[in-house]
Design a binder for this molecule. Structure first.
Ligand code: URA
Ligand code: SF4
Length: 196
């Protein structure tokens, strides 16, 4: 890990810029290789994440891992995973606009450090705070746009798929589009068992 990344992480670990610092157990740094071609943005750490200090390790994270696996992607090699805020909001409520705004510079710096080819926004909170408040996930999912000057696709959050499995079919179409674009931009010979 280079000095810039180490300094970034050390500063982030002691951040107390917003009120969420008071109730957290861990600051969730984000996880993955700092040269990952894909950067995934969730909402906020939940109970399991706050307890163990890693992003997406609860039920949503397990589904996310399955979704990535179906695309031939994994966290070790292809994706960096982060969130709109890095500390757990009490009771798993969504972050407030103020908390999101205060935490956003950390995310922006992290995106610059990783320098991904593709951004994936998971669910309405990531969509709202990355693209703007006027967007709806049901209308924008599966469409490519530009956020932070990067090619970006919003898709449903895995927690929405757990609540409403009927959304999985649409999400599979979105994941296929991501794999096709990955082959165009990153690796033409990328293989996935389920996507010819
Ligand atoms: N849900 C999120 O949005 N992020 C996590 O890290 C875990 C669950
Ligand atoms: Fe800092 Fe973000 Fe945690 Fe707030 S949520 S204390 S801004 S790291």
């Amino acid at each position: 890990m280079n000095d810039t990344i180490e300094t970034f992480q050390a500063e982030l670990l002691t951040c107390t810029k917003c009120a969420l610092a008071a109730t957290r157990h861990h600051v969730i740094l984000g996880e993955g290789p700092y040269n990952a071609p894909i950067f995934i943005i969730g909402e906020a750490p939940g109970y399991e994440e706050d307890l163990h200090g890693r992003p997406f390790i609860g039920p949503s994270g397990q589904l996310l891992d399955k979704m990535l696996d179906a695309c031939g992607f994994n966290r070790q090699e292809h994706v960096f995973i982060s969130n709109i805020v890095r500390c757990r909001p009490p009771g798993n409520r969504p972050p407030t606009p103020q908390e999101a705004a205060i935490c956003l510079p950390w995310l922006q710096t992290q995106i610059e450090l990783v320098n991904p080819k593709i951004l994936i926004l998971l669910g309405s909170t990531a969509l709202r705070y990355m693209a703007g408040p006027g967007y709806r996930i049901s209308q924008t999912r599966g469409t490519w746009r530009t956020c932070q000057n990067r090619l970006t696709m919003p898709i449903y959050h895995p927690s929405a798929l757990l609540r409403n499995p009927a959304l999985k079919r649409l999400t599979w179409e979105d994941l296929k589009s991501i794999v096709y674009t990955y082959r165009q931009l990153v690796n033409p010979s990328h293989t996935s068992a389920y996507i010819p």
